[in-house]
Design a protein around this ligand. Structure first.
Ligand SMILES: *[C@@H]1O[C@H](CO)[C@@H](O)[C@H](O)[C@H]1NC(C)=O
Ligand SMILES: *[C@@H]1O[C@H](CO)[C@@H](O)[C@H](O)[C@H]1NC(C)=O
Ligand SMILES: *[C@@H]1O[C@H](CO)[C@@H](O)[C@H](O)[C@H]1NC(C)=O
Length: 123
């Protein structure tokens, strides 16, 4: 009986740490995707100055996170005078529901990768 309880407990612990690491992995992908997006644009008004390591990415300006696992659900950077190309990495923000990038100077249109997301895009 006690060995069953032990087995059950260790199963619970393994399962818990597994889902924890999955959640961590997901938000790490979101962070890297945002950084890849930033890397391809120039930002003369420094609208993205808060996108740095001293803040969690959920606190970066224009970013809204949701859910227990802190995934990016909104990216709203309209009218920010951003210049450059739209990184396909935003296609990796798998929980993104709203992308608002109108009134900037992006040289390309929405990358194909973004097409597989379901969200409202305003341009
Ligand atoms: C990071 O962003 C915050 C908020 O904008 C700012 O106060 C801080 O100085 C920045 N840190 C660095 C290292 O740029
Ligand atoms: C576009 O953005 C600029 C600032 O970057 C702002 O002054 C202007 O009002 C915006 N235009 C529209 C139509 O939102
Ligand atoms: C999306 O994420 C995958 C896996 O982490 C990575 O291999 C790929 O390069 C990313 N795609 C983009 C466009 O950043």
């Amino acid at each position: 009986m006690s060995s069953f309880i032990l087995w059950f407990l260790s199963f619970q612990i393994i399962q818990h740490s597994f889902s924890f690491s999955l959640a961590r992995g997901g938000s790490e992908i979101d962070k890297l995707s945002l950084l890849a997006f930033k890397a391809q644009i120039s930002d003369p008004l420094k609208k993205l100055s808060s996108w740095n390591e001293s803040l969690h990415f959920c606190q970066w300006s224009g970013v809204t996170c949701g859910g227990r696992d802190e995934r990016v659900i909104q990216l709203d950077l309209h009218s920010s005078q951003l210049v450059g190309s739209l990184s396909p990495s935003i296609g990796n923000l798998s929980f993104l529901r709203l992308l608002s990038l109108e009134n900037n100077s992006f040289t390309n249109t929405i990358p194909q990768e973004v097409g597989r997301l379901e969200f409202g895009y305003r341009h």
